[in-house]
Design a protein around this ligand. Structure first.
Ligand code: UD1
Ligand code: CA
Length: 456
């Protein structure tokens, strides 16, 4: 059967007290709306329409790579009104439309698939996901009739004191027959406590026309919606636990799962060990047998087998096999570090290539450079890549020994098999096989101290 999905993301998110649209708040490093879109894709939905309103441009910008379409809700008059704003998207379609909320990112693709099957097999015109909550405050309550069929949903603010005791709640995740939904939408009114057009009223409308409504209860965790910062952190900790469990099941050791923050899309291979305080984000890949000692942040980077990293920041870069990084190294975007390299303490690398077996052990800055293999950087080397206006490139060949406290004023080239004397400021090419000394010659003034009568 044809199917498409609507994701509601137009609401104000008042309770977040934020300048950012609610659905753009991140959970485990990814915007809630993008979590929901990605889950729908995994559940085989090709046709995804997001209803935007508050902060529409921001939501569009954050979702632009996901190949979706948008409907626009100019004024936020409720979830039913939001769906009315997607009429153009739905009008020539047949089959089923799933409707999910952009602020409930814990739903899994397996559950979505089961849900669609449940809807189809039951031949329902509408089906909803429900859950049992110990503290159902704020949620719409599910009202069942004597045959246990769903009759209607009553929003928390419209509940009688008796209805308030019901613990089965609406997850705001639905599946509708498109034609039935379109026929019913215009019948939704806003005569309720919030003066809003509630999508939940569709259930009663469909029941009134004698059609069947299905309800599938699921684990409450998957239905949790985020309305406040407190709920945002609750959802974050559930997702964090899920992600960490998945990696542990795949053979990754996580020393303290409460203090390890791994993004949803990160890949980690077996026998990697992760100590507390690591934050791994974006599309990072950590390959086999790595040791991540405490307190690093790794973003959109590829870390090859058996790399050791300690208290460092690595952004949009590649680190080759058996390399060690840190403590306290900063590897900035577009760096490509080779295999068996040593990047030591207080070393910053920016947009540079470092060849295999090269050692940059301490207190060094390398920017816009191409460094060969088997080089050794003495302590305190600086690549002077910026002249105040432009960045320039430095090229260093294989087997170069750069003495301590060298400045390499770019653009400059150091050829293979060279030595640079400590304290040199290199401004010209160092030819193959030579030693460059570029510092003032030492002058010793004999007996200078006694002549000046300085000795006490
Ligand atoms: C909704 C349900 C409630 C359910 C709860 C589950 C209704 C009337 N109520 O309540 O039964 O238990 O979710 O979390 O549907 N949105 C729009 N436009 C609007 C209003 C909302 O796009 O005019 C979007 C929001 O951005 C959000 C979603 O719809 O992503 C849900 O809206 P929200 O205001 O959070 O609904 P709840 O009051 O939580
Ligand atoms: Ca909500």
């Amino acid at each position: 059967m044809n199917k498409c999905v609507l994701i509601l993301a137009g609401g104000k998110g008042k309770r977040m007290k934020s300048d950012l649209p609610k659905v753009l708040h991140k959970v485990c490093g990814k915007e809630m709306i993008n979590h929901v879109i990605d889950v729908m894709r995994k559940a085989d939905f090709q046709d995804v329409n997001v209803i935007i309103g508050k902060g529409a441009d921001q939501v569009k910008a954050a979702t632009k790579d996901r190949n979706i379409t948008y409907s626009f809700q100019g004024e936020q008059l409720g979830t039913g009104h939001a769906v009315m704003c997607a009429k153009d998207f739905l009008k020539d379609k047949d089959g089923i439309v799933a409707i999910f909320a952009g602020d409930a990112p814990l739903i899994s693709d397996e559950t979505v698939k089961k849900f669609i099957k449940f809807h189809e097999q039951g031949k329902y015109k509408a089906t909803l996901l429900t859950s049992i909550l110990e503290h159902p405050d704020g949620y719409g309550r599910i009202i069942r009739n004597s045959e246990d069929c769903v009759e209607k949903i009553v929003e928390h603010k419209d509940c009688s004191s008796e209805e308030l005791t019901i613990k089965e709640v609406n997850a705001a995740m639905y599946c509708f027959d498109i034609k039935t939904l379109l026929r019913g939408l215009d019948k939704i009114k806003n005569d309720n406590a919030q003066k809003e057009y509630y999508l939940t009223d569709m259930i009663e409308i469909i029941r009134a026309s004698g059609e069947k409504v299905g309800a599938m209860p699921i684990n409450f965790e998957e239905t949790l919606g985020v309305n406040s910062r407190v709920q945002l952190s609750e959802v974050e900790s559930i997702m964090r636990k899920r992600i960490n469990n998945r990696h542990m099941e795949n053979g990754v050791t996580i020393i303290d799962t409460n203090c390890t923050y791994i993004g949803e899309d990160v890949q980690i291979e077996r026998d990697t060990i992760i100590y507390p305080g690591n934050v791994i984000e974006g599309l990072s890949v950590i390959k086999k047998g790595c040791i991540l000692y405490p307190n690093s942040r790794i973003v959109d980077s590829i870390i090859d087998d058996n790399v050791t990293i300690q208290s460092s920041v690595i952004l949009e870069s590649k680190i080759g096999k058996n390399t060690t990084v840190g403590p306290f190294a900063y590897i900035r975007p577009e760096s490509n570090i080779g295999t068996e390299v040593r990047i030591g303490d207080f070393v910053e690398i920016k947009k540079s290539k470092i060849g295999d077996h090269t050692k940059v052990s301490h207190l060094t800055y390398i920017g816009d450079a191409e460094v060969g293999s088997d080089c050794n950087f003495g302590c305190g080397t600086v690549v002077v890549n910026y002249d105040g206006k432009e960045k320039h490139k430095t090229i260093i060949g294989n087997n170069s020994f750069i003495g301590c406290n060298t400045n390499l004023v770019s653009p400059v080239e150091v050829e293979d098999n060279t030595y640079i004397a400590a304290g040199s400021t290199i401004t010209e090419k160092v030819p193959k096989g030579s030693l460059a000394i570029a510092r003032a010659k030492q002058v010793n003034k004999k007996d200078w101290v006694s002549k000046k009568n300085l000795k006490k």
